[in-house]
Design a protein around this ligand. Structure first.
Ligand SMILES: [Zn+2]
Ligand SMILES: [Zn+2]
Length: 617
């Protein structure tokens, strides 16, 4: 398919899904007179509409709405476009008692084009930057909506669809507003595509990290602690620590070596005023007042702190690059409605790191950070796509520094990308105001795209905090800072790891690596089990004993359910011979036969140190 056709297809799919939202609203209006509508945008793979309805909708209702939608499709109503004056639209929707549409229109009337940053403009029936004395209206048969389009020609042309679920959503995402019911559907051009998508969704549900997190006892939430603040159990903490350990190991072996630093979790307001965070992220900051009335904030990131360690001494060009790392929990006051499992939390563990270097060193440093990101993702079988986000030379006013500095830095980034021999997407105008960056995108086991890391150059903080080194000529020279978090957030990375492995972690991450299953609870066998456990633990393996009174068959099954990589059945024969016949978790590899305990332990230690994804036995 050509790029052009791909684009056309996407546009067509968008119009189809958007039209499905109207069709669903049409059906709902027929079935539940008096319903009030919020907004109905297109989302990934489908659409939703927010409705205010006294009755709580369940699975039966979704089936009813779906079959009503099929009638609307069959009726093949044309999508008729018209235009209404703003005041006319206000009185029209008022007469219809559509309070939410009215809220949008009144907002539009009051604030003009700056209205409603929270709402997609298509939902307001106006174009970006257009004058707002009139709005777009679309009708399909009995239903009329405020809308800008685009739609398919008529309700008969929408392909295959299915309604998926209902969830709660505050009007305009604000918890002070009424709670509405959000009905989600998916839509595809063909039945076949829809079917594939439904299979994928089923698989995704099975792998949902919130579900597996509970089943595998990795993390919990407590009402008393609060939403968005996960508590990691011993098992979950092992995974966090192992991930972090690996990243720090890579910083040492291929990153050029980082020095660990430690900085506090609360900080004076002044630091964030100087760094710009106070202005830019003010709403996201958790603020704290001291007893003397000084204002502090919980840190949303560690970068400004690291600049203060750098700035605490005069630095010679010979000392550079200086690399600091600090894995720390940072805090952001996300809206409670946005919080979800580990994907969106208020306490975020960043594997943060910063490189302070001279402009001439950018290329070498970026190359090293790239290698770390690449190695980590390759360990999980993820291939990365790359985007270079550059400045827009026509808008130099928007950026820190001069054109020459940007050109030089970007040509270094480009030459890193070229030296790696990969294709990349070019993103002119996509840079942050303080520097260009390289973004990495990966796909998980279900083919979903995710952000897999960013290497961000920063000219801003060195400027703001006056960071320099003394160069060969004895002059103070401005340096540059590189943000070098590899996982970004350990919580998000755990989501990826949990969902892509479906909880069957590679040995190095498995909270329980070996499970011992004694065939009975006789004194000799049980003693041997605990003795073996202690022996394997002394070489660094994580071992559990199934001391229940269940049969061996049940114990083996339980080990499988807990996704333990190796289960050892222990009986008289094993005790006497000192040999074991490991059973491998499904999909972890094949092994038949037996080996000595020492050979077994050595093989597992090798599997761990290689961070292998399959058994080395
Ligand atoms: Zn529309
Ligand atoms: Zn940073």
């Amino acid at each position: 398919m050509s790029k052009h056709e791909e684009n056309d297809n996407e546009k067509q799919l968008f119009a189809m899904r958007h039209s499905l939202a109207h069709i669903m609203a049409t059906a709902i209006q027929e079935l539940y007179p008096g319903v009030k509508f919020g907004i109905g945008p297109v989302v990934e793979n489908g659409f939703y509409y927010d409705v205010d309805l006294e009755q709580k909708l369940g699975a039966d209702d979704l089936a009813k709405i779906e079959s009503k939608m099929k009638e609307v499709v069959k009726a093949n109503y044309k999508f008729e476009h018209s235009v209404m004056g703003l005041d006319e639209a206000i009185s029209y929707f008022k007469a219809q008692k559509q309070d939410y549409k009215l809220d949008l229109l009144n907002d539009l009337k009051e604030h003009g084009t700056t209205v409603a940053k929270d709402i997609d403009r298509a939902q307001l029936g106006v174009d970006e930057g257009a004058k707002v004395d009139e709005v777009g209206i679309y009708s399909d048969g009995p239903f009329t909506d405020l809308c800008r389009g685009p739609h398919v020609e008529s309700t008969g042309k929408v392909g295959a669809f299915k309604l998926m679920r209902v969830s709660g959503a505050y009007w305009r995402g604000n918890e002070k507003n009424p709670m509405m019911q959000r009905i989600y559907g998916v839509g595809f051009t063909t039945k076949d595509e829809l079917h594939k998508q439904l299979e994928m969704i089923k698989e995704a549900e099975k792998r949902d990290h919130r579900k597996l997190g509970k089943e595998l006892d990795l993390f919990v939430f407590s009402d008393l602690v609060g939403p968005g603040l996960p508590l990691f159990t011993p098992r979950g903490t092992i995974i966090r620590e192992e991930l972090n350990k690996y990243v720090q190991e890579l910083r040492q072996t291929i990153g050029g070596g980082y020095q660990q630093v430690t900085t506090p979790h609360i900080t004076k307001k002044e630091l964030y005023i100087k760094s710009g965070h106070w202005k830019k992220f003010s709403e996201d900051l958790f603020k704290v007042k001291t007893r003397e009335g000084h204002e502090f904030a919980m840190k949303p990131m560690s970068c400004p702190h690291h600049t203060q360690i750098y700035a605490s001494q005069t630095r010679s060009y010979r000392d550079l690059p200086i690399r600091y790392r600090e894995t720390a929990v940072v805090y952001r006051d996300e809206q409670s409605g946005e919080l979800s499992g580990l994907s969106r939390v208020r306490a975020i563990t960043q594997d943060d790191a910063h490189v302070f270097c001279r402009t001439a060193q950018i290329e070498g440093e970026i190359g090293k950070i790239w290698d770390i990101i690449n190695k980590l993702n390759a360990t999980f079988g993820v291939d990365l796509k790359v985007r270079l986000s550059r400045h827009d030379p026509d808008k130099m006013d928007n950026y820190i520094g001069d054109q020459a500095m940007w050109d030089r830095a970007e040509s270094q980034l480009k030459s890193v990308i070229e030296s790696k021999g990969v294709e990349y997407m070019d993103g002119p105008g996509e840079a942050a105001f303080y520097g260009p960056k390289i973004d990495f995108m990966g796909r998980d086991a279900l083919g979903r795209e995710f952000q897999a890391g960013t290497i961000q150059l920063d000219f801003g903080q060195p400027e703001g905090f006056d960071l320099t080194c003394n160069n060969e000529a004895g002059e103070r020279e401005r340096i540059v800072m590189i943000h070098a978090a590899i996982m970004g957030s350990i919580e998000r990375f755990m989501v990826l790891v949990i969902e892509s492995t479906a909880g069957a972690f590679p040995l190095w991450l498995a909270p329980e690596q070996v499970r011992l299953a004694p065939i009975n609870d006789s004194q000799e066998i049980m003693d041997y089990a605990y003795q073996l456990k202690a022996a394997l633990e002394t070489v660094g393996l994580r071992v559990g004993v199934d001391a229940t009174a269940e049969s061996v068959g049940k114990k083996i099954r339980a080990g499988g359910l807990a996704k333990v990589p190796y289960t050892l059945v222990l009986g008289e024969k094993e005790r006497e011979s000192g040999r074991v016949s490991p059973r491998l978790r499904q999909g972890h590899g094949e092994f038949d036969g037996d080996l000595s305990v020492n050979e077994f332990a050595a093989a597992l230690r090798r599997e761990v140190s290689e961070r292998a994804s399959k058994s080395v036995l």
